[in-house]
Structure formats: C-alpha cells, structure tokens
Design a protein. Sequence first.
Length: 405
Amino acid sequence: HADVVILGAGQAGLQAALSLREEGFAGTIQMIGDEAALPYQRPPLSKGFLLGQVGEEALELRPQAMLDKLDIRLATGVAGTGIDRAARRLALSDGSACGYGHLILATGSRVRLWSGAGADLAGIAYLRTLDDARALGPRLEAARDVVVIGAGFIGLEFAAVAAKRGKRVHVLEAADRVMARAVTPAISAFFRERHEIAGVEFRFGAKLAGITGRDGQVAGVELDGDEHLPADLVLVGIGGIPNAELAAAAGLAVENGVVVDEMMATADPHVSAIGDCCSHPNVFAGSRIRLESVQNAIDQGRTIAARLAGKPQPYRAVPWFWSDQGDLKLQMAGFTNGADHQVTIGAMDEARFSLLSFRGGALVGIESVNRPADNMLARRILALPQPVTLAASEAAGHDLKALAM
Ligand code: FAD
C-alpha cells in the first residue's frame, strides 16, 4: 500500500512524484513502470540519440540516488493489470497487488501499428521507447532505402536523421502537407522545402496499398496505382493511441484518453490521470483534447501534485511544443487552428523567423523557427489575462518583447 500510487514511470509520472515532494507531501509514493529503464526523456530518441550525439545516460530524467533521497519508490519492469476501485487496489503483472490512497494514471500513449498488408515483415520499425531506438540505430546504419510512413513530427525528425546519414528517404503522407494537424500551412510549406533540399522525397495524398517483402524481410512499399518504392527499412509514424484500457475496464470514462477535468480528476475521487493518456478540457483549445508533449506531461504532473498537497490550481498552462528537424528548431506556442491572419517577423530565407497567427483579431499562436527567444516571449504573451489584439500587435510593430510587458 502507498498513499499515492503512480502508474507509469515516464515524464508525467515522475514529474508528479517530484512535485509532490516539492509541495511538501510527506506520504508514501510508489511509482510502477513496465519499462526496465529509469524514467527517461523520449524527445532525443528521434533526434540526437539516433545521430549518436546523445548517449543513454543523458536520457535519464533523475538518477536512482535522487529518487532514494526523496523517498520515491520505483518498481520497474512491472505492469498494472487491473484496477479494483472499490477496494482501492491495483493488480500487478507479477501477481502481487498494491493498495492506494490515490491512484495517478500516467500510462502515456503507444504507437499506432500499421495493420495492413505486410504488417509482420521484419524491417518495419516504430519509435516510442528506448528499446525501439536502440534497435533502430543499427538498422538505420545498415539500410540504404528508407521509407517513412507519416509526415508528422516523429516521421520528419527521423527522415531528417536518415537523410543526414546518407540514406535515400521517401516520406509518404496521406494529407496534402507535412505536420498538417499541428502547424499552419506556411510552416508546412517551409519545412517541406527544407527537407527536400536535404534530399527527402515526399508523396502527398499517398495511399499505401501495403508493405512488400522478400523472405520475411521488408523490400518496399506498394502505393495505390501500382507504384512500388524499394525500402530495406520502413519507419511507421502514424500517431499515438492513449493507454487507457485499464481505466475503461475499471468503468472510468474514456474519450480519446482517460477523461479528466481541469484538476486532472476522474469521476472517482481516488483516481486521476495525467499526460499523454488523458483528455482534458483545455482553455486554449476551447474544447476537450489530448496532448502528447513534454510541456503537457510536466504541467499536468505539477497540477495533480499541487491538488494532492492541498493547494489546488486548475490546469491552464500555455501549450507549447518543439521539434528538431535537421538544423531547424521548430517551437510552437498556443493553437493556430483556424488562424485567419498571419504576420512574419525575422528572416524566413535565413531560416530564422516567427509566424504570429491571429484568429478573429486575437493572437492565438506563435510558431518559431530557430528563434528560441521568441518562443519564450510567446509563452508569456499567450499567458496574459487579456489576449493581444491584432491592432495592439501592429501598434507595437509586432515586437514580442514589447507585447510581453
Ligand atoms: P510516457 O513518457 O510515455 O510514460 C508512460 C509510461 O507508462 C511508459 O513508460 C509506459 O511504458 C508506462 N506504462 C503504460 N502502461 C502501463 C501499465 N499498465 N503499467 C505500468 N506502466 C505502464 N514532446 C515534445 O514536447 N517535444 C518533442 O520533441 C518530442 N519528441 C518526441 C519524440 C519521440 C520519439 C516520442 C516517442 C515522443 C516525443 N515527444 C515530444 C512526446 C513526449 O515524449 C510525450 O508527450 C511524453 O513522454 C508524455 O509523458 P507521459 O508520462 O504521459 O508518457
């Protein structure tokens, strides 16, 4: 038994534990994670780690000694297998069970698998865990023709790494532009061009008929219309699925993630959910959404810790995200969907600029490329109690420093 049991020892779960101690929570904390490693950062897995620039030690979020010092207990290599809400007990994969005063679900998300023709072939890769990335390194080294399915963040980051390592890279995307769900068309166009200059070839509106093989090994992909692209490595990056099955089986509401309110609370006062696995009402989106970002995992970890320590504060953090693709650092703050007016500051031709997006006369998001200081200011500006209007931004010459004051 522990006062707080945290299921899932990733970015969000660890943050909740650390923040509980920072808030002065004196009860027992038990983290349970099904991976073997200590909690680690995933972002470098598709970037510096694959390029050999970031070693495994650098991925670790906190050393074991620090967890010991804070009296945060961690069981690795053990999965939660069932939640008995009436008895307040979590069943574990080793046959034991753990009672809880409060249960925090921080189980993250997993990759969506390619389920069409050729799904069982060797040479199809996914990128979510340290184990995935460890296995991918040597396979990328050995590959010549790489096909990436999906032009989302992970697909593009991987494509940039593969191109840099001299591979022939094709990216297949069903939509008509890259990162279509997350960035504005201007950013999509800019990144597409930069990737193409680096040697990446795109197929938009691509309809994948199947992955083809030879002797059980990937040999290529088949596109509708009978086109065949050779490949000895296929990286599938078609999105994530929340790990919410345990919550659903325990009778908790699940709607693209475990349903929580602004306090990260489920309908059960003894169960909360944070990070990739939950869907929450988001003031910036104006709707319920599920986010997959480090910012969201950290801020929701802080939110639940503050509540359990008796200092409740609703989750109202400005959403922000980054993605490193080749020598481009993309950072976004706010949500730009439905933007009807854009202003560029900086120099797009030098790959150092920011795009301010307005909707209905209010600033809703800022996308920056290689301008990290703009992202810091953007987060401050979007956190202001009153939205910045287009008129105010114009009057300030779109100077972010002035707007942030
Ligand atoms: P996770 O960190 O995934 O942790 C959840 C943990 O719970 C996992 O270890 C999982 O195995 C475990 N678990 C699941 N079910 C159970 C169970 N039943 N029992 C026990 N344990 C369980 N975000 C950014 O903001 N910027 C980036 O550049 C960026 N790059 C990324 C690159 C890659 C390759 C990936 C995969 C993600 C990236 N992200 C990035 C997203 C970011 O890493 C995630 O949003 C973040 O890790 C979410 O934290 P989490 O704690 O919710 O989930």
